[in-house]
Write a protein that binds this ligand. Structure first.
Ligand SMILES: Cc1cc2nc3c(=O)[nH]c(=O)nc-3n(C[C@H](O)[C@H](O)[C@H](O)COP(=O)(O)OP(=O)(O)OC[C@H]3O[C@@H](n4cnc5c(N)ncnc54)[C@H](O)[C@@H]3O)c2cc1C
Length: 319
């Protein structure tokens, strides 16, 4: 019997869709090993987030709501998670793969002396299947010890079917005086964008080195994305040359995405890029080189110059 604790992630109270995938994984564990799962949401003024999580099938939605948790500072969050794990006797802690969980969960695991496995895409008995080396190796890992921590790829676990039964919400006491204060919040700079976030979007238009400068990227990749109501993404080549911000990078060292449609515009298809988007349902690519590796994974391919094809596509789509 397992008792799983899912760590929900939210942005200023808006629950990230990936949290529902982590809940789906917890449901799968509960179905195969028996037991139940709770969801923990941390922050300040997070009642709306807790409310949104009530349909995810958890036994209880636990809420650690305190002014000291207003910003996701890893040392404080890890301490609260560790306290809840001990108090509730959780044997498995689950989060969706993200920069937030990369920062927080290993610290929490260390505090409760637990082993951790990241990038989990499946279960094999009591072991976890995880991807390694840019998706080229699929490892099966068994964790020893009473408590286990895992992060799961949201693409591998469809979001939990909303349950008609609403989970009860329970407040978790936060001992603010005992929270570590190694880190202090200074400032948050949020790039305002009307476009959806690539990790949550159904369609992504992503640009590569074919785009010569920021203006061309915005006009072609941004323009096509806006016509389709899509998010924008970028290869690392454009990030390294300062044409696009780091936040747009898709790939092994960028965001891992799995939209319904990924449109690669002038991207060669290096393995490090594909590691971040190959779980996409439909991949379409435009490249002037018919031998480009992206065409090996693409469902639809157009051999063309992006400077000619994309304006034409935008024009036709607008009609
Ligand atoms: C440790 C490590 C981690 C990495 N992590 C990442 C990562 O997270 N994400 C990532 O993207 N990369 C990553 N990379 C870099 C990766 O190896 C590639 O260098 C990069 O993805 C290449 O980007 P690109 O496809 O835009 O550029 P290129 O490989 O230069 O390809 C450009 C493509 O555009 C085509 N093209 C050029 N002009 C036109 C035109 N006018 N019309 C149509 N097509 C045109 C070319 O035929 C070519 O196929 C990583 C590398 C390392 C070593």
């Amino acid at each position: 019997m397992s008792h799983t604790l899912v760590i929900a992630e939210h942005d200023q109270g808006q629950v990230k869709l990936a949290s529902f995938s982590a809940a789906a994984f917890a449901q799968q564990i509960a179905a195969s090993a028996g037991g139940s799962f709770d969801i923990l949401v941390l922050g300040s003024g997070v009642s709306a987030a807790a409310e949104a999580l009530r349909s995810a099938g958890a036994k209880t939605v636990l809420v650690a709501d305190h002014a000291e948790l207003a910003q996701p500072l890893a040392d404080r969050y890890a301490q609260v998670i560790a306290d809840v794990v001990k108090a509730r006797g959780a044997t498995l802690v689950v989060g969706a793969v993200s920069t937030f969980t990369k920062d927080v969960l290993p610290r929490a695991a260390a505090l409760v002396d637990a082993g951790m496995v990241s990038d989990v895409v499946g279960l094999e008995g009591d072991a976890f299947r995880r991807v390694m080396f840019a998706g080229n190796v699929l490892a099966t890992v068994r964790l020893e010890g009473a408590i286990k921590f895992v992060t799961v790829r949201s693409a591998a676990f469809a979001a939990a079917t909303p349950s008609s039964a609403q989970s009860p919400v329970e407040a978790v006491a936060v001992d603010a005086g005992a929270l570590p204060k190694f880190a202090t919040f200074v400032n948050r700079e949020v790039k305002k964008s009307a476009r959806p976030d690539a990790t949550e979007a159904r369609i992504i238009v992503s640009g590569g080195r074919a785009l010569k400068n920021s203006e061309d990227f915005e006009r072609l990749v941004g323009g096509l994305a806006d016509t389709l109501g899509a998010a924008v993404g970028s290869s690392r080549a454009l990030v390294d040359s300062g044409i696009t911000p780091n936040s747009l990078q898709i790939g092994q060292t960028g965001k891992i995405v799995a939209p319904d449609l990924y449109l690669a515009v002038g991207i060669s298809g290096a393995i490090q890029h594909m590691a971040g988007m190959k779980d996409t349902k439909i991949i379409a690519a435009i490249n002037k080189d018919a031998e480009a590796p992206i065409f090996e994974v693409a469902d639809y391919g157009l051999v063309a110059d992006v400077y000619e094809a994309v304006p034409e596509m935008i024009q036709k789509l607008k009609k």
